[in-house]
Structure formats: C-alpha cells, structure tokens
Design a protein. Structure first.
Length: 110
C-alpha cells in the first residue's frame, strides 16, 4: 500500500530531553509553507525556559523557502529569548540547501 502525498509532507515533532537536561526536538517530514508555523510554535514553546535547544533534523528531507524563513526566524526568536537553537544531524539534502544559501554560517548547525 502506498502512502498519500499529503502524509509525506506532514511534519511531526517529538520532544525528548537528553542526559544533561537539554531539550531535543526530533523532526520528521518536511518544513514547508504548511508546516512552518508548527516548527516555529514548537521551538517557541521551549526557548524561553532553556539556554540550549537541540533540533534533530535527520528526518527532514526537504525544506522550501517558507521553511527556510521559519527556521531562520525561529533561530533569531530563540536567541532573543536567551536560548541557543542548534540544528543537529541535518539531512544531507537540507545541509546542501543551508550551505547554498549560506545559512550554515548564521545558524547553529552541527
């Protein structure tokens, strides 16, 4: 059985806390026009109370221009809250996009 195209575009985000007490968001799907607000709201819910937030992007295989804008805007918003948002395990396709747009030099990417 095949999945529907809409299901492939859906962004899901799981909350975890590592052994140091640092929150980690595990993202799967795509960050695009439809899911950009979800991404932003999830980070916004955690950034005011934390000094560091890890965003695991290994399951995100596509980001469109709205998604890029959301990631950048969310990074700036978290920074204004005193929280360092770090993108970790970035999918190679997304990392290429971040390199092309030179956002790796702005965003915390590991």
């Amino acid at each position: 059985m095949s999945t529907t195209p809409g299901a492939q575009r859906t962004l899901s985000i799981e909350h975890h806390v590592d052994e140091n007490g640092t929150p980690r968001l595990i993202c799967r799907g795509r960050v695009n026009l439809e899911s950009a607000a979800t991404f932003r709201n999830e980070v916004k819910s955690l950034s005011p109370g934390n000094k560091k937030l890890l965003v695991d992007m290994s399951g995100v295989d596509a980001v469109d221009s709205s998604g890029l804008g959301s990631i950048l805007g969310t990074y700036v918003s978290a920074k204004n809250d005193g929280c360092e948002m770090i993108l970790v395990n970035v999918h190679p396709r997304v990392k290429d996009l971040l390199n092309i747009t030179r956002l790796t030099s702005v965003l915390g990417v590991q």
